[in-house]
Design a protein around this ligand. Structure first.
Ligand code: ADP
Length: 209
């Protein structure tokens, strides 16, 4: 939306010059159409995610859910200049969970990771997504290279309305935790020994002990 606004303002400025370059204006309008379609797609995906109230548990491959979310967030990541790396286990077993809810969890964790990065140098604006086997569970983690979590806040991350952001709501991690627990799993967040924060969750594999 910010890109659409600045392009529309640029087009207005061109028109006010008296001798507008129509090719330039055509290019700007093309960009506006393109960005509008992209915004529409993002809003549609988010609406379908939020609208759902009933759980629908089915066998789900975490790798596929994460790939879906990376696709949804692609333009956001480009816009914020954040590089998303992934190391997704190829042959991990499925878990029994609600796919749309899991998308919401991963989206929340990636958005939090992204919001922890603005002060980083461009080469450190990176998030690593990983899936791996862990006993009779599959573990997914989102690691960032941001400022990390203040020690005194580690115990409060998942509490309702806990936020350190000026315009934060403090409900993202609360919702995330309740979704993971409703799907039989557990979630935690900590500082990574090499800097930044890492949030991970585990869900039991189908038929596991
Ligand atoms: P909000 O994003 O609205 O603040 P959340 O429940 O998602 O709400 O997060 C709560 C708080 O947890 C954040 O305000 C922030 O202090 C902390 N937090 C979450 N993710 C990270 C992260 N990746 N790095 C550092 N702090 C984080």
């Amino acid at each position: 939306l910010a890109a659409i606004l600045s392009n529309a303002q640029a087009a207005l400025r061109f028109l006010e010059t008296g001798k507008p370059d129509l090719n330039e204006i055509r290019e700007i309008l093309r960009d506006i159409v393109h960005d509008d379609k992209r915004a529409g797609n993002v809003i549609r995906s988010l609406r379908s995610m939020m609208r759902r109230t009933e759980e629908e548990k089915k066998p789900v491959m975490l790798k596929e859910v994460i790939e879906d979310v990376i696709a949804i967030l692609h333009s956001e990541a480009v816009f914020r200049n954040v590089h998303i790396e992934s190391d997704l286990g190829e042959s991990l077993p499925p878990v029994l969970a609600d796919r749309i809810q899991l998308q919401q969890v991963i989206l929340n964790l990636i958005m939090n990771a992204t919001e922890a990065l603005p002060q980083n140098r461009p080469e450190e604006r990176k998030i690593i997504l990983r899936t791996e086997a862990a006993d009779s569970c599959v573990r997914a983690s989102v690691r960032d290279f941001g400022r990390g979590i203040e020690k005194e806040n580690l115990d409060r991350l998942f509490q309702p309305f806990f936020t350190t952001k000026g315009s934060g709501l403090g409900m993202g991690l609360t919702l995330t935790k309740s979704i993971i627990e409703a799907n039989g799993g557990r979630i935690w967040g900590e500082n990574h020994p090499d800097g930044g924060a890492i949030f991970a969750f585990e869900l039991p594999v189908i038929g596991g002990q």
